[in-house]
Design a protein around this ligand. Structure first.
Ligand code: FAD
Length: 618
């Protein structure tokens, strides 16, 4: 009884209707029939099957490229079959390793059902299928008591999901964001790309939706695709307008054009729940009494004159979801004695190839099926990881590590390279795309791990040494580009040969201009050497990756947070300052849109519990 899960069902790309079809095609039905050893595929009731995952497997070692499916089978719907066949299938079950039994209700009692009970029931719900847990809309708050007041600082995925959960439980939430709402932020980003005007508080990193809004919107995560919390995040995104496809796609992504309207819906929903949202509001300081945070000091981020007024606002708890570009906030935390711990991260360059080249490396004969994102197969991507050592290089200090991981990161097929600086004297980049991934370029960060030993080798010490390390190379990149956000570049082949690229470098998707330089002048030689070695190794895995049409762009520094803010594993409360809840990527507990959202969601539950709004467990 219940649901069976069939995995690793493969359908040849030639027989499959293509990447955008998520139903049960005749070819898939044939494959299901084969696994079930059912003689006539067309007699199987289509409604008994649901595609829960569809991935494109482009590995060249196999004879034929194919789509790989995971399908859930509703066993009750199969019962319409002739009884003898049914018995046959039951006997088959223990023999076929591909079939996995799932309990019929896969969601009850987990985080997903709780979040959904809230979201689906909206403002009116006070009870749910979870019986004694009254989940939503402040049902726990006694009319005679005031609602607990919570400030959530930062409207990235972490801050948004924390606000959502807290507001659903009835907290009086104020969401503060130094940047602008997506409508105005879009205009500010337009002015940056077209007129080189960088608004320091409203840009690719700061503003509604956080750093991931003008991004590729990849929704992949290392947490585990089928975990309840990841499903809860993805389903919440669907609720706010993301296409259903993200629930099934093996490598889901949204693209900026889908993220912007989704965030508008998210905002409207929070406002309906009573969340006060303050854009253009920067938290400059914490109000601390008896080693306990009692509020925040904010200023108008739109007014950078010296007359800008500070305002002090009192709260019962402050959730800090500021992302890893809020360097001023790290400094402010240090002034309160908050424990910040240095953390390893990675730095490097962003490599850009013609997308057609990546399609042909990955798909060979199938490359023409891509058709700028409109075709049968997805626009090709890649992911490479290698270990390298620098035994042949004289290191700046004996302590600098010789072995490092090198990997591609945040690969954007059919995307463009964008400026993620928050300060005009620093230059750093990342990648974004639109949902169709139709640009003619493919970019990805190519990075190597760095640790406190690398910072110390450059005489950088203390909890913010990693931040200073990032800043050092961002400033150097800005100088090498010659200012005005022009990015220093070098072809991959010239980088390997350590020679300056000629002035006619390949075209770049980066809109603010590139300048041919020798990128060996950017990093210490051991980091450069690691990047060179990794390129040689990547080319073995992806022959053709080393190409004179591939352009390296400097510099990629903000891959993950350079610090971690210590907090309790159960309550999410900061260990060195009560009443403060550091969450998301900036606090060092997430890396990417989905993991930041998951951290936001769990912190919301933990804080709701501390405030007496929620008595269950997750
Ligand atoms: P953030 O998203 O950084 O949000 C923090 C928010 O806090 C910001 O909006 C900021 O303005 C605000 N803030 C900061 N300081 C203050 C203050 N003092 N007062 C008030 N507000 C403040 N990840 C993926 O998973 N997939 C991708 O495809 C992807 N592409 C990316 C592309 C780009 C160009 C960039 C920059 C990042 C990309 N990322 C991607 C990374 C992803 O965006 C982050 O991991 C994620 O957004 C982190 O979420 P967060 O909520 O922790 O912080």
């Amino acid at each position: 009884e219940g649901i069976w899960r069939l995995s690793k069902l493969s359908v040849s790309v030639h027989k499959d209707p293509g990447k955008d079809f998520l139903g049960v095609s005749d070819a898939l039905l044939q494959e299901i029939a084969k696994v079930l050893e059912f003689p006539v595929a067309s007699m199987l009731p289509q409604e008994a099957f649901k595609v829960v995952r569809k991935s494109f497997d482009a590995r060249k070692l196999q004879k034929e490229q194919k789509f790989v499916y995971t399908v859930d089978v509703d066993v009750h719907k199969l019962l319409n079959l002739e009884p003898r066949t049914w018995e046959f299938i039951s006997e088959l079950e223990p023999k076929v390793g591909l079939i996995e039994h799932l309990p019929q209700d896969r969601t009850s009692g987990d985080i997903m059902s709780i979040v959904h009970a809230c979201i689906k029931s909206g403002q009116d719900a006070t009870t749910s299928e979870h019986g004694d847990r009254n989940l939503c809309n402040g049902s726990h708050t006694n009319a005679s008591h005031r609602k607990p007041k919570v400030a959530v600082v930062g409207s990235g995925p972490a801050g948004l999901f924390a606000s959502l959960v807290l507001a659903e439980f009835g907290a009086d939430v104020t969401l503060m964001e130094r940047g602008e709402a997506v409508e105005k932020r879009g205009r500010d980003i337009g002015a940056l790309v077209v007129r080189r005007i960088l608004q320091e508080e409203s840009n690719f990193c700061f503003g509604e939706g956080g750093a991931g809004t003008w991004s590729d919107g990849k929704l992949v995560t290392r947490i585990g695709r089928n975990s309840g919390s990841v499903l809860a995040v993805l389903e919440t995104l669907v609720h706010f307008g993301a296409p259903q496809k993200i629930l099934v796609d093996g490598k889901p992504h949204l693209g900026t054009d889908k993220l912007v309207p989704l965030l508008q819906n998210f905002r409207r929903y929070l406002e309906k729940l009573g969340v006060t949202i303050m854009f253009g509001t920067r938290v400059d300081d914490l109000l601390v009494k008896d080693k306990h945070v009692v509020g925040v000091k904010v200023s108008d981020a739109r007014d950078n004159s010296s007359h800008s007024m500070n305002q002090q606002l009192g709260y019962d708890a402050v959730v800090l979801a500021v992302g890893h570009s809020a360097r001023d906030t790290y400094q402010m935390l240090l002034s309160h004695g908050v424990s910040l711990v240095e953390k390893d991260f990675a730095v490097g360059l962003r490599v850009e190839h013609p997308q057609e080249l990546i399609n042909s490396i990955q798909y060979s004969g199938l490359a023409n099926e891509v058709q700028s994102g409109r075709g049968k197969v997805p626009v090709a991507d890649y992911k490479v990881v290698e270990y390298v050592n620098t035994n042949d290089i004289a290191l700046p200090s004996n302590s600098a590590p010789r072995n490092r991981s090198c990997y591609s990161f945040c690969m954007c097929p059919g995307g463009q390279v964008v400026l993620t600086s928050t300060n005009p004297s620093e230059l750093c980049i990342n990648g974004m795309s639109f949902s169709r991934r139709s640009s003619k370029w493919a970019n990805a960060a190519l990075v190597v791990t760095v640790s406190s030993k690398d910072f110390a080798a450059l005489d950088l010490h203390g909890p913010l040494a990693g931040v200073e390390f990032q800043r050092m190379f961002e400033r150097r990149a800005a100088a090498m580009g010659g200012g005005n956000f022009v990015v220093p570049v070098q072809t991959v082949t010239d980088f390997l040969d350590n020679k300056l690229s000629g002035t006619s470098v390949p075209s770049s998707s980066y809109r603010l201009g590139v300048k041919a330089t020798n990128l060996h002048e950017l990093f210490p030689s051991h980091i450069t050497s690691s990047l060179q070695q990794s390129l040689l190794k990547f080319d073995k895995e992806l022959p053709g990756f080393i190409s004179s049409s591939a352009l390296l762009h400097g510099v990629e520094t903000r891959t993950s947070s350079p610090v971690q803010i210590s907090r309790s594993a159960d309550t999410y409360e900061c260990t060195s300052l009560r009443g403060l809840y550091p969450i998301g990527e900036g606090a060092g507990y997430a890396g990417g849109i989905v993991s930041a959202a998951v951290d936001g969601m769990y912190s919301g539950f933990a804080l709701a519990k501390s405030l007496g709004l929620f008595h269950g467990s997750i």
